[in-house]
Design a protein around this ligand. Structure first.
Ligand code: FMN
Length: 190
């Protein structure tokens, strides 16, 4: 039987060494773009106006206690305003947001143009048409290179799991296609 381990010294295309040079960033962005993700809007009221940023780095972290996280660029002007607010609204964006997501991620004055919003008493803001709304507070922010890892505690949520999600892959927004035959697959329970 053939040796199952390939010991080739060259991959095709070949491996590239990352030495921290600025020119590595394009390759890294492309590498991160190989990983399809969802997209969330992180929104809250600030000085009487709704503000938001978009994050594809969102991830569920813990069931008990209920925690989620996303990574934020230290340079983000929006995060500078969001970070001290008592509540942040996480809207998991749906397929119907494909035309509005870039505007939500921009620095436009009217980011929420023609989008319906739900504003809660403690200041969290939610975008209509999302597949989930998570009402959160910031529990911790951990430094991680040029980003921070923001750990959020979920206090309340409401779900619309039947809504089609928005998928971000290779710098483009997509919708889910064909399901795999085993549609009941779920993560193992402890
Ligand atoms: C699809 C998409 C995903 C993004 N994901 C992140 C992210 O995970 N973390 C982040 O800090 N910014 C992310 N951004 C950028 C911010 O949403 C937003 O563009 C930026 O915060 C705007 O700049 P400002 O905060 O300085 O105003 C993403 C933008 C897009 C379009």
């Amino acid at each position: 039987m053939d040796d199952p381990f390939r010991m080739d010294l060259e991959a095709d295309p070949p491996f590239e060494r990352l030495g921290g040079a600025p020119e590595d960033s394009g390759q890294l962005r492309s590498a991160f773009g190989c990983f399809p993700t969802g997209v969330v809007a992180v929104s809250a009221m600030s000085e009487g106006n709704p503000i938001c940023m978009v994050a594809s780095s969102f991830v569920g972290v813990s069931i008990s206690p209920p925690l989620v996280a996303f990574c934020v660029q230290w340079e983000s002007q929006t995060w500078a305003r969001l970070k001290d607010l008592p509540r942040l609204g996480i809207s998991v964006l749906g397929a119907e947001h494909d035309q509005s997501v870039r505007r939500l991620a921009s620095r436009a004055e009217d980011k929420f143009h023609e989008l319906g919003l739900c504003v809660r008493e403690e200041g969290s803001v939610f975008v209509d048409g999302a597949t989930a709304w998570l009402d959160c507070s910031t529990q911790d922010v951990m430094p991680a290179g040029d980003h921070g890892i923001v750990l959020l505690r979920i206090h309340e949520l409401t779900l619309r799991p039947e809504a089609e999600p928005l998928v971000f892959h290779g710098s483009a927004f997509r919708q889910l296609g064909v399901s795999t035959p085993d549609q009941s697959a779920s993560p193992p329970q402890p």
